[in-house]
Design a binder for this molecule. Structure first.
Ligand code: PLP
Length: 845
């Protein structure tokens, strides 16, 4: 169904909206993201500017067409925007002429075929709020006021949620009584707030009656209202009703008025928040070619949105006429608009989306004021956040992990874990093949560890007591020493793998008096400055250089290079992983670790074995270096030492080395950690060491590993996308071939958001597309959670909790088989397409 919408220049300022100057500002912000759209905007702005320059004064004209709209039920719709050449004051000065102009525009709309007309701004006020027009022309009419009220009400609720405002404790002032929008708003808000004030320019019988029926106090002095309330909704028909200088600090104004009640886009008070309320967000799928106001940005006045919604619904019936809006009709049109995917959840200020940093800063201002007794702070008592966790990640933790395009596609929000399974917000179950990168070897919330932590809590053990003896740390150290390789008898507790390695690196300097370190290419030892310095991955190191000087790397498993370097006698330590996990699950040649141990001994270099990921049963022995029967000088542990529940790291070393580095009254506290060896972490650690030393569990690791390896080898023989399977125990990696170049070219153009997310590295990342595809398909279609190796994006890590069953292995193998089959097919298809194409474009396209 066709619709028309009538507008007029609101003031000199908004009259220029059609002008290039304003469009150019929007262009600047749009340019970076979408040059194509910016070009079409520029074309439109030019057209409007030319039309404006050429048009006769006093002429009604069509200023825009809104085309290509489709309702959720598939019904098409289109509209025209007619501009009446009168400014607001001209409407008020000569209503008779104004209503004539409105009638003429509406007649033109009828002639064009419109079946409903929406009345923007003053066109909806003259003629008894659309009633006269509805009675005199064969067309349905709406002022759009119902959806405007609904949108402003939703904006208020969003603002309160964003700013932690408890509306039930607040006095709210609604300015613009007895106007229909202000009255509707007051009616919707009344049940939500503590006290309602309504403000009218003057006391009139109608205003008094409205106040009485709303159960609100009527004020005629705006300044008094601004003193008594910090939440102000304003919807006068004249504009300029709220003087910004009189607002109390911490005030929030939701301005629905056109022209606005708070004037001055350049308001420079940071202690108040002025929101442009009553806007609607158009559905994401709707074309945005119109140049009307902020249409291209997806935001429109709700009076236009209401007209569009009624047209999309094929409703040839008038709505929102006269002075009295029905609350039921307001809520109903709001729900219908939402069913068509119109949105009301984003906040705007002076017509622009509000910057996140501005909102965060204002929230801080409010918190500070409230904690000083200036209001009620809304407290959260629930375990989970009341807002979307993904949104909060985007805002405050990691905008990439919280990116809306990745939500639920590659990045899930898991809210529960039990054994082999993770559960998302919708309660869907996923088989976990990541196991927290090796931190969850016993599965999620293992009963043994939960029980130990509960016991410690019940016993009310002190969490932390510095420079004192902690029996739980003592117990764990004793147990760790008992199960560790020969020679290790001292333990330093910390909170992570990186910290465990820091302690090892510092010890080596103190013991040897040397400063240089040797490690391996492709290695991963953590991201604190010290452990990063010995990490192999250049891309992790580069942005933070210079790191610790004199750190050198040799190829993993290379005897000659190791010997050559160690014989220089300059190295304090050689640090190595028994299996390079993050590097892509590489094992060294059998016997190399023992050779490395001997070379280190011969050259007085400390031999540090990093078992942070390989340890705690992961490879089928409690520690991976047990396979080679080596005796390191230092062994570092973390991840599953905490039983999947607590952060804890441990650096095991020889007593003679500890004595040399720390063994005196002046030295014993040279290296410490406040939280290291905390009671709950140690209670979890003891339970984890006990459970992970269990022979049956370690047998399970070896048996399931054999099944996985056999199945994956078979897949490698069958699928062209696969290269090989590597690793030991349940620390396996499945390597994929890079995506063929022609397929990369084909997919490069298909995802513009991906391009903006990846920045300049599109090509590098696209070559790893196979792994992204597999990880996403396993997650989405098979509910199996996998990840790539962090330093080798061609490798899917296969690292489930050690309690995995044979059935679960088979489920994984069959899902992986299906996914590789699809990937093979996709690559073949792209090959085929590209073969028929000229310069990357299909010849016959
Ligand atoms: N060392 C190895 C072998 C690791 O795999 C990791 C983490 O993946 C670390 C050290 C760093 O541990 P964290 O992330 O706990 O600092």
């Amino acid at each position: 169904m066709k619709f028309a919408f009538l507008v007029h220049p609101i003031s000199d300022y908004t009259g220029e909206l059609w002008d290039l100057a304003i469009a150019a500002a929007d262009l600047r912000s749009a340019w970076g993201n979408d040059p194509f759209r910016s070009c079409s905007l520029l074309r439109q702005a030019m057209r409007h500017a030319m039309e404006a320059a050429g048009s006769e004064a006093g002429e009604i004209r069509v200023v825009d067409n809104i085309t290509g709209l489709v309702s959720v039920n598939g019904r098409p719709s289109e509209g025209r925007i007619y501009e009446i050449p009168l400014r607001a004051e001209e409407f008020l000065a000569n209503p008779t002429n104004a209503i004539e102009q409105v009638r003429t525009a509406a007649e033109q709309a009828v002639e064009w075929g419109a079946e409903i007309v929406g009345l923007g701004a003053m066109t909806g006020i003259v003629g008894a709020h659309g009633t006269w027009l509805a009675e005199n022309l064969p067309i349905a009419v709406t002022t759009g006021n119902s959806l405007t009220v609904y949108a402003a009400y939703r904006n208020l609720l969003t603002a309160c949620e964003e700013l932690d405002i408890d509306l039930t404790q607040e006095t709210v002032a609604v300015v613009g009584i007895p106007g229909s929008i202000a009255t509707g708003l007051a009616g919707l808000i009344k049940p939500h707030c503590r006290e309602l004030l309504v403000v009218s320019r003057q006391s009139s019988p109608r205003a008094l009656k409205r106040a009485e029926s709303l159960g609100a106090e009527l004020l005629t002095d705006i300044e008094e209202a601004l003193q008594r309330s910090r939440i102000i909704l304003t919807a006068t028909s004249s504009g300029g009703a709220v003087p910004p200088a009189k607002l109390r600090s911490g005030s929030i104004v939701l301005d629905v008025a056109v022209p606005p009640d708070v004037e001055g886009a350049g308001i420079n008070r940071t202690d108040v928040l002025i929101l442009t309320a009553g806007l609607s967000q158009i559905p994401a799928t709707m074309p945005r070619e119109s140049g009307f106001l902020w249409f291209h940005r997806g935001m429109i006045p709700s009076c236009l949105a209401e007209t569009m919604v009624l047209a999309l619904e094929d409703r040839k019936e008038s709505l929102s006429l006269g002075q009295n809006l029905s609350l039921a009709a307001i809520e109903r049109i709001g729900q219908i608009a939402e069913s068509h995917k119109f949105g009301f959840g984003t906040l705007h200020s002076f017509g622009h989306p509000i910057e996140l940093s501005r909102l965060t800063e204002f929230r801080k201002t409010l918190r500070r004021r409230r904690s000083q007794g200036g209001g009620i702070v809304k407290r959260s008592t629930s375990l989970l956040p009341t807002r979307s966790a993904s949104l909060l990640y985007q805002r405050h933790i990691n905008p990439i992990l919280g990116h809306p395009e990745l939500k639920d596609v590659l990045v899930k929000t898991f809210v529960r874990g039990e054994g082999m399974h993770l559960y998302d917000e919708q309660g869907r179950e996923y088989l976990d093949f990541v196991a927290g990168f090796g931190s969850v070897n016993l599965g999620h919330n293992p009963p043994q560890v939960v029980g130990a932590i509960r016991e410690a809590l019940t016993a009310q053990v002190p969490g932390f007591a510095q420079a004192a003896v902690n029996p739980l740390a003592a117990k764990l150290a004793d147990e760790l020493v008992a199960v560790s390789p020969q020679g290790l008898d001292q333990v330093f507790f910390s909170n992570s793998g990186s910290e465990a390695n820091e302690a090892a690196l510092k010890l080596a300097r103190a013991v040897t008096g040397r400063t240089a370190y040797l490690s391996c290419e492709r290695s991963y030892h953590g991201k604190t400055l010290g452990s990063l310095s010995v990490t192999g991955n250049v891309s992790y190191r580069k942005p933070f250089e210079p790191l610790i000087p004199d750190c050198h790397r040799i190829p993993f498993g290379d005897f000659e290079k190791l010997e050559e370097q160690l014989e220089t006698g300059r190295y304090a330590a050689f640090i190595v992983e028994p299996i390079q996990a993050e590097g892509g699950m590489y094992e060294p040649r059998h016997g190399w670790l023992r050779e490395a141990e001997s070379l280190c001994r011969a050259n007085n270099t400390l031999f540090i074995v990093d078992e942070v990921q390989t340890g705690m049963g992961r490879t089928g022995n409690l520690f991976a270096c047990d396979h080679d029967e080596v005796s390191p000088d230092v062994m570092t542990l973390a991840k599953s030492l905490g039983g999947g529940m607590m952060p804890i790291g441990a650096t095991l070393m020889r007593r003679e080395h500890w004595n040399k580095a720390y063994g005196s009254l002046t030295q014993f506290a040279l290296h410490t950690s406040t939280f290291g060896g905390g009671s709950l972490a140690c209670a979890a650690g003891s339970a984890a060491v006990d459970a992970l030393s269990n022979e049956q569990l370690l047998h399970n690791v070896n048996d399931r590993s054999e099944e996985l390896k056999a199945g994956l080898k078979e897949l490698c023989n069958r699928h062209v996308c696969l290269k090989e399977v590597r690793g030991r125990g349940l620390l396996l990696g499945l390597e994929f071939h890079p995506l063929p170049k022609q397929a990369q070219r084909h997919w490069a153009g298909s995802d513009s958001w991906m391009g903006s997310l990846l920045g300049t590295d599109v090509e590098a990342i696209l070559s790893t597309f196979s792994v992204l595809y597999v990880v996403q398909t396993l997650l989405d279609a098979h509910r199996i959670y996998t990840q790539s190796a962090r330093s080798n994006p061609f490798v899917v890590r296969i690292q489930p909790p050690l309690i995995i069953t044979s059935e679960q292995v088979q489920r994984f193998l069959s899902a992986m088989g299906e996914t590789c089959e699809e990937l093979d097919r996709a690559i073949r298809l792209t090959d085929n397409l590209m073969a028929r194409s000229v310069n990357g474009r299909l010849a016959n396209a």
